[in-house]
Design a binder for this molecule. Structure first.
Ligand code: CA
Ligand code: CA
Length: 322
């Protein structure tokens, strides 16, 4: 009897251990970037910033050195699971590079696919180290010129102090973020840059798999100070307890002209927002929202986690042109 019970016990133990190992197991926790920018990790149930991942001693064993197997996702799904994170300047421990007078690398996550193709800034791809499916449900891009959603945006703008606006929706995306069988809708609307217009067509894109900003250096497209009536909004439309709710993710609203030389981070310099990617970054089955956000000389990526009707920013990293 005992001889047959032992394997049974072993297989029971395996079954008990497997789910936790599959969900962000401690050996290979998810680490990820977008558009060549390192966003961070999810370790021991917590979001870990790019800087902490690369610098803190407690995450030493999970640091990105280069050479890790990596998956690459386009907006619509997996592109390849045969990529490798490029070593770049990441082949040194933070402490070691500090001794040599160099800062640890915590800005970039470039990858190599085969011998000939490398992906980084400007490629607008999600790169992720992790054994799970990061896009368990597909996001669907809808035609943006939709009367129902225009009214939702107009009502939101009115509630924020901009009345009588005929809003310009630049992205409308349907996706079931949490896998409960009910679709959510993501809306990006803005009147700050006009990608269909003349010179700015070269600079800004709201299309999937393209960066919001095609050139970081001197973008010259987003104003340095706001004019009354400018707006850029990211909204989540979601059914919560049987009611459709409009939940702001990010917003810039100018109800009056801002002074020249305004401070970038006090909300007086216009920011332009885009839904960059929708993916499950921590392997819990619920998809997060990755946004691209540009101001006059900078580009930032942020990760937002959705729980019920709360949208919470959990990670961010970005670049500023000199
Ligand atoms: Ca849902
Ligand atoms: Ca998730």
């Amino acid at each position: 009897m005992q001889v047959t019970r032992l394997p049974l016990l072993a297989s029971l133990l395996t079954m008990l251990l497997l789910p936790s190992a599959a969900l962000a197991g401690s050996d290979t926790p998810p680490r990820f970037g977008f558009d060549g920018v390192l966003l961070g990790a999810f370790i021991d149930g917590k979001w870990v910033t790019n800087e902490d991942l690369q610098e803190k001693e407690r995450y030493h064993q999970h640091r990105i050195w280069g050479g890790h197997d990596c998956k690459v996702y386009r907006f619509a799904g997996l592109e390849t699971d045969l990529a490798t994170v490029t070593a770049d300047a990441m082949d040194q421990h933070g402490e070691e590079s500090e001794e040599k007078g160099q800062g640890p690398e915590f800005h970039t996550m470039n990858v190599q696919i085969g011998p000939d193709r490398s992906l980084g800034l400007g490629d607008a791809r999600l790169t992720i180290i992790g054994d799970f499916e990061a896009m368990p449900r597909k996001a669907q891009v809808l035609p943006p010129n939709n009367a129902t959603y225009k009214k939702i945006v107009a009502d939101t703008l009115a509630s924020l102090g901009l009345r009588g606006v005929d809003p310009k929706i630049v992205q409308l995306i349907r996706v079931d973020l949490d896998g409960d069988g009910t679709d959510e809708v993501l809306i990006a609307a803005q009147n700050i840059v006009f990608p269909d217009d003349g010179a700015q067509a070269e600079l800004f894109s709201f299309a999937p798999d393209e960066p919001l900003l095609h050139e970081l250096q001197n973008p010259n497209g987003v104003d340095r100070s706001a004019r009354a009536g400018q707006y850029s909004l990211l909204l989540l439309r979601k059914v919560v307890q049987g009611q459709a709710q409009t939940i702001p993710i990010a917003r810039f609203i100018a109800t009056k002209n801002s002074p020249l030389g305004a401070d970038t981070f006090t909300g007086t310099v216009p920011w332009v927002y885009k839904i960059a990617c929708i993916a499950d970054l921590n392997g819990d089955g619920v998809m997060e929202i990755v946004t691209a956000e540009a101001f006059f000389n900078g580009l930032w990526y942020r990760v937002y986690e959705v729980q019920g009707q709360s949208v919470r920013k959990v990670l961010e990293n970005g670049l500023t042109a000199d």
